[in-house]
Design a protein around this ligand. Structure first.
Ligand SMILES: Cc1cc2nc3c(=O)[nH]c(=O)nc-3n(C[C@H](O)[C@H](O)[C@H](O)COP(=O)(O)OP(=O)(O)OC[C@H]3O[C@@H](n4cnc5c(N)ncnc54)[C@H](O)[C@@H]3O)c2cc1C
Length: 488
């Protein structure tokens, strides 16, 4: 015979569920968002502090990684959001080593053209058909000479401008012992000599270094449009970062960049709550009460917002105030099929460059079209970026064959406007932190990691002032991250 279970009256259960959540003996840090920002905060808290802090992470989606996500089209998987990393992105490089993730070269475009809606203003030669290394090298040399003839020494000046910005950014990798913990984004940028770049447009900065109008209107515009969906009137630092993202040595994580977030979460002893959106954050004196869409409440001494607040509806009590910021929406459209050469005034698809960039013209319906993979002579996977959704009729015009199409509307990055005004890292003067305050400087996986490292140090210095900021050995990933991820 089974033992009868005690029957608890419903009203007691109701009362229990309404009573305030109990505080744990170890302080609890709650992180909202499992992108590279949130996962990096967890990682650096564990790296820098031996305290047995409890870390809870909340993710509204069923997968981690946020804007690092993949898309599967016709059975093949590609990066859907953040795709490329710079060779000097040292935090993420370190993550790949720590988590033993394989790096790969991103799918490179063999030929490149600038389309103005009627014709190609510039078109480089493709080396692919030759398949002979020496010929490929010669073609690449011819392309360099061609670009030099068109843009002259402005190309070198652009490179110097980018190198100088990257050099200043490298200050953030100095040893923690000699590097301040920054209370505000302004202070953080001032210290590295980057703040002034956020106060003026990219165009103004480029005029200062005497870059020709032609280079600005063509190549540089193409790059800022591809990387941030914006023109050269965007603010200067984000503009410089986007130019850096078009240089050599770029890389990505084999199998998807999201694995960095998954690996960091797995190796940071985190209590992960997937499919749980935080709806409200209330400061109750000694702790924050977080309420989620699942009807659960959590008591957290420290709360970290690791997602842009601009399009969210989290209720804060007491209310917080941050500068208004608009997100730039980028529509990423993935197509398996073949472009229509007639749309580009060509007689054969092989004459269309692998990467088609565009200039600023409101009549142009897309920002870029690039080949992600060539499956056979007449079978490709393409990625199109546009500021507005691509209508079916338009796609039918641009493509001769379209076997499968997937569209994603990203609230992608801030719409950059100089002078940038930054939200605070500490939203309420207590222990409510905001990693994505830094996104007005530039939005990349690495800048999120850099901001997250500073926020982790801020938490340790402000809340756990006894914490040792030591560079202890990093733990390696347990690598059972597959269950954390699925395609969009
Ligand atoms: C199309 C595109 C291309 C890009 N290309 C590049 C590139 O090539 N290289 C590069 O470095 N960067 C690129 N970026 C930028 C890069 O993706 C971002 O800067 C970076 O990933 C931001 O990470 P994050 O952790 O700060 O935010 P996110 O990745 O946005 O993570 C925030 C997470 O919080 C979750 N969340 C939000 N609200 C709640 C809530 N209330 N409760 C629980 N969870 C919540 C979200 O679901 C999300 O998972 C690109 C972005 C896009 C969209």
């Amino acid at each position: 015979m089974s033992t009868p279970r005690a029957i608890i009256p419903l009203w007691i259960l109701l009362l229990l569920s309404l009573s305030p959540p109990t505080l744990q003996s170890n302080p609890t840090v709650c992180i909202i968002g499992t992108g590279i920002g949130g996962s990096s905060v967890a990682h650096f808290l564990r790296q820098y502090s031996p305290d047995p802090t409890r870390i809870l992470m909340f993710e509204r989606n069923g997968v981690v990684g946020g804007r690092m996500a993949t898309v599967t089209i016709s059975g093949e998987t590609f990066e859907a959001g953040a795709s490329i990393l710079h060779p000097k992105n040292y935090h993420v490089l370190n993550y790949t080593k720590l988590l033993t993730l394989k790096r790969r070269e991103p799918s490179s475009s063999d030929s490149f053209g600038i389309w103005n809606g009627k014709k190609f203003l510039l078109k480089t030669i493709s080396a692919r058909s030759w398949k002979v290394p020496i010929v490929e090298k010669m073609v690449s040399l011819v392309n360099s000479v061609y670009l030099f003839v068109r843009y002259g020494f402005s190309l070198l000046k652009m490179q110097t401008f980018v190198d100088d910005t990257v050099e200043r950014f490298l200050n953030y990798y100095q040893a923690v012992e000699g590097r301040p913990v920054f209370e505000s984004v302004d202070e953080m940028l001032e210290w590295a000599g980057l703040f002034n770049l956020t106060t003026r447009t990219l165009e103004d900065q480029l005029i200062d270094v005497k870059i020709s109008p032609l280079l600005m209107q063509e190549l540089i515009t193409v790059i800022t449009r591809i990387n941030y969906g914006q023109s050269i009137y965007m603010s200067g630092l984000a503009g410089a970062v986007s130019l850096a993202g078009s240089g050599g040595g770029l890389w990505a994580v084999e199998g998807g960049n999201w694995q960095m977030a998954a690996g960091l979460i797995n190796s940071s002893d985190v209590e992960l709550h997937l499919h749980e959106e935080i709806e409200s954050i209330s400061y109750l004196g000694e702790y924050y009460e977080l309420n989620s869409t699942k009807g659960s409440s959590y008591a957290c001494e420290v709360t970290v917002v690791a997602t842009p607040l601009d399009e969210l509806d989290i209720h804060f009590s007491p209310p917080i105030s941050i500068p208004k910021r608009k997100l730039q929406h980028t529509h990423a459209t993935f197509v398996r099929g073949v472009l229509n050469p007639v749309y580009f005034g060509m007689d054969d698809v092989s004459k269309i460059p692998d990467l088609v960039g565009t200039i600023e013209d409101p009549d142009l319906p897309f920002t870029s079209i690039s080949v992600l993979k060539q499956h056979s002579e007449k079978d490709f996977t393409y990625k199109i970026f546009s500021r507005k959704p691509m209508a079916d009729a338009l796609l039918d015009n641009i493509f001769r064959v379209r076997k499968e199409t997937i569209q994603i509307n990203w609230g992608a990055y801030p719409h950059y406007k100089a002078p940038e005004v930054f939200a605070p890292f500490v939203l309420d003067g207590q222990h409510l932190y905001y990693v994505n305050a830094f996104e007005n400087a530039a939005s990349t996986m690495e800048t999120s990691a850099v901001a997250a490292e500073n926020v982790a140090r801020l938490i340790l210095s402000r809340f756990f002032s006894k914490a040792s900021l030591s560079s202890s050995n990093l733990k390696s990933s347990t690598s059972d991250e597959e269950h954390l991820h699925q395609d969009l």
